[in-house]
Ligand binder design. Structure first.
Ligand code: HEM
Length: 141
């Protein structure tokens, strides 16, 4: 079910309260057919039903993402600023705060496995370098 709440600012520094509708991901997931298709991009919910057969990239890719979070695939394509501008006309609300996942840029680095791997390498590389030097020195010419 959707909840309507007032947001503190209109996003233009005017301080005007604008109502925002929050949707649970469970609700979004149900909108996954060509007759009723919603997507989540960066925490915002879009009803793209009327855009489906206008999408320059075709219907197929949108149907694959139907009812789900399409942020990653949207970014992977490298959509133009025109495409980002177009998003506004399909915006219907935000993902409910309880369902929000941290975006990749904001995630805790200590929980990131790549970060952990690099952290360990920082200690291993100085230890391994002298050993490699020894091996190279012992090699016959
Ligand atoms: C409502 C959301 C979306 C809008 C408004 C949108 C809009 C557009 C626009 C305007 C273009 C033309 C190229 C450009 O200006 O960037 C485009 C191309 C494309 N879009 Fe989307 N798009 C959306 C979602 C998606 C999603 C979720 C995918 C998933 C993979 C996708 C895949 C593509 C592909 C593959 C192309 C063709 C790129 C090419 O030919 O180089 N789009 N889209």
């Amino acid at each position: 079910m959707a909840t309507v709440e007032a947001r503190g600012s209109d996003g233009q520094g005017q301080g005007v309260e604008t109502p925002v509708t929050y949707y649970r991901l469970e609700e979004v997931a149900k909108r996954n057919s060509p007759k009723d298709i919603w997507l989540v991009i960066h925490g915002r919910v879009y009803d793209i039903t009327r855009f489906l057969n206008e999408h320059p990239g075709g219907e197929e890719v949108l149907l694959e993402q139907a009812g789900a979070d399409a942020s990653e695939s949207f970014e992977d394509v490298g959509h133009s600023s025109d495409a980002r501008e177009m998003l506004k006309q399909y915006y219907i609300g935000d993902v409910h705060p309880d369902d929000l996942k941290p975006e990749s840029g904001r995630k805790d680095p200590s929980k990131d496995s790549t970060h952990k791997r690099r952290y360990h390498l920082r200690f291993l590389v100085p230890l391994l370098l002298p050993i490699r030097k020894q091996i190279l020195l012992r090699r016959p010419c």
